[in-house]
Write a protein that binds this ligand. Structure first.
Ligand code: FS2
Ligand code: SF4
Length: 549
């Protein structure tokens, strides 16, 4: 296997024996193959569109769901991945018959699991193909780096698209781009310059994808508002919901009414509490635990069923494996998967029944944390914020959005947040917040010093806020604002967030705790020279750099 798509990749270069995330070589192989056949199908759909043939919503959803399945920590279930490969090839077999001119299609558009006699190829053939189609199949390291950068950005975009799709929101132009770009990563005629341009275009569509999701979320559940979230526990048994899918949470809340079972959020689901629509459920008790990587200890102590709606799954301990459920693009072998296509009602009765026989969660902590500072809420406070900036009470905003992770080096973000000058305000989104959202950093004239906009996709909110402040302060350039960017990344949604920020013209983003292994020295240099992207240093050095002290 070879995988270097996330920040925790072995030795900062690539997982080759087994994923640091727990992904086994056979799962890595089938994920590579799923990406490959998705690229083949995308080449077909892109050609169909060129010829004026409409591509169905189902096919669009199939491709985004496939990519989402291969995101770090989303799906470890080889059977589910192989089933998606079969399904993708079956759709492609039908669609390729509609293509008038197949001469320009890549080999991936023709490769099939079916042998000439109609039987399925052996596992050996699949693994051999996966090896041939994996990351290292591109020999030139710069072309490989750009192809993977685009592919990972598209994986992130797929995740955000899927969350919007389940709220019945679609943008066929995003899908058309996504498929065109996926197919382009197989096109040997494209130069490094072409791929750099495609990378930036991916960022533009990242902005569009996050905007679509923002509209879908706020349309369905209202605008996030300032909310104090309980981090303690009640006396009833509970179900813990993790991941990012708000629609799953809504269905579960509906189905748990009157059952005596409480519902808690975990990790990236915390921001659900900020939406007005979820406040009406009396059994929506609070948030349990911290960022994804602490789940082994915390899930054990939760005692009740846990629903993983997306990544990040840590391979579970036997002590709670029978309480771990997956749904959507998430999957883990041996854990029950709750089925449900886009738009379908899911049946969570198995979790609810199991919860009734579980004891209440063990208290990990108590108190409250505050959040809900997405664009609408922050813009409602705009005059207060502008006054604080004009009076000098707030000197700088520090965007510390992104992901959390296991590496000790990420303690940098806790130390950095703690050491920030008292006149600096953190703007955050994503699970990165758990590094400092319980530090009690206080407020400035009533404005909390940690403003949490929501999930990683709500980084879009931070961009909207920045653009609004630029307008209010009458600036020509977003980079003239008193905002610095110190972003933590882990998986591929952070890649699309980064590309989206670049597309919006944001410069000098610091990215840590390490720069992506998939950036070749030349590609890293392009990002540094063009956008001022840099890594992180020590807390002391970075404070000097950002604040001159
Ligand atoms: Fe955190 Fe994991 Fe949000 Fe990432 S829970 S690293 O998926 O997308 O952020
Ligand atoms: Fe390694 Fe990350 Fe790939 Fe998992 S997702 S195999 S940790 S690079």
């Amino acid at each position: 296997m070879f995988c270097y798509q996330c920040q925790e990749t072995a030795g900062c270069s690539g997982c080759t024996q087994m994923g640091v995330c727990g992904k086994k070589p056979e799962v890595a192989a089938m994920q590579d193959l799923l990406v490959y056949v998705s690229k083949g199908l995308s080449a077909v759909t892109t050609q169909l569109r060129k010829e004026g043939t409409k591509v169905s919503e189902e096919t669009n959803h199939l491709i985004t769901w496939n990519l989402f399945t291969t995101i770090t920590n989303a799906n470890f279930d080889n059977e589910a991945i192989i089933a998606r490969i079969h399904n993708t090839l079956s759709v492609r077999r039908t669609l390729i018959l509609q293509v008038k001119d197949t001469s320009g299609l890549p080999e991936a558009a023709f490769w099939d699991i079916k042998t000439k006699d109609g039987s399925d190829a052996s596992d050996d053939v699949l693994f051999a193909k996966a090896k041939e189609a994996g990351v290292l199949s591109t020999k030139d390291e710069d072309i490989r780096s750009l192809r993977e950068l685009i592919t990972y950005g598209l994986k992130g975009l797929s995740a955000y698209s899927k969350h919007a799709n389940v709220l019945l929101s679609d943008d066929p132009e995003i899908d058309a781009f996504l498929q065109r770009a996926l197919a382009a990563t197989l096109d040997d005629s494209l130069t490094a310059d072409d791929l750099v341009a495609l990378t930036l275009e991916t960022g533009n569509y990242g902005v569009r994808g996050m905007a679509m999701l923002d509209t879908a979320n706020t349309g369905a559940y209202g605008n996030p508002e300032i909310t104090r979230v309980n981090i303690g526990v009640g006396k009833n048994p509970g179900i813990l919901v993790s991941g990012h899918d708000l629609k799953d949470l809504e269905m579960l809340l509906e189905q748990t009414q009157g059952t005596g079972v409480d519902v808690y959020t975990h990790s990236e689901m915390l921001p659900a509490h900020y939406y007005p629509a979820f406040k009406k459920y009396p059994n929506f008790v609070g948030n349990y635990g911290n960022a994804w990587w602490k789940q082994k200890e915390e899930f054990e102590r939760f005692h009740g069923p846990i629903l993983m709606t997306t990544n990040c799954i840590v391979p579970p301990k036997d002590s709670y494996k029978d309480r771990l459920y997956t749904t959507g693009a998430a999957g883990y072998p041996g854990c029950t998967h709750i089925d449900g296509e886009i738009g379908a009602q899911k049946d969570f009765s198995a979790l609810i029944e199991q919860a009734k026989h579980c004891s209440a969660p063990e208290e990990l902590e108590h108190g409250e944390i505050i959040g809900g500072f997405a664009h609408n809420q922050v813009l409602a406070l705009a005059s207060q914020i502008v006054e604080a900036v004009n009076s000098g009470a707030i000197k700088k905003f520090v965007v510390m959005a992104g992901c959390d992770g296991r590496a000790n080096s990420r303690n940098y973000y806790t130390d950095f947040a703690r050491a920030l000058p008292k006149d600096a305000v953190i703007l955050t989104a994503g699970c990165a917040k758990y590094k400092y959202n319980k530090l009690n950093l206080g407020d400035i004239n009533g404005i909390p010093r940690v403003l949490d906009a929501g999930q990683c996709n709500d980084s879009y909110s931070l961009a909207v806020i920045a653009l609004k402040l630029k307008e209010v302060f009458g600036l020509d350039d977003i980079n003239d604002l008193p905002i610095v960017y110190n972003i933590a990344w882990y998986e591929q949604k952070a890649v699309i967030v980064l590309l989206a920020l670049l597309a919006l013209g944001v410069k000098n983003i610091h990215l840590g705790p390490t720069l992506p292994a998939f950036l070749s020295p030349n590609v890293a240099k392009i990002l540094t020279d063009t956008f001022g992207i840099a890594g992180i240093g020590t807390v002391e050095d970075d404070l000097k750099l950002f604040f001159g002290k």
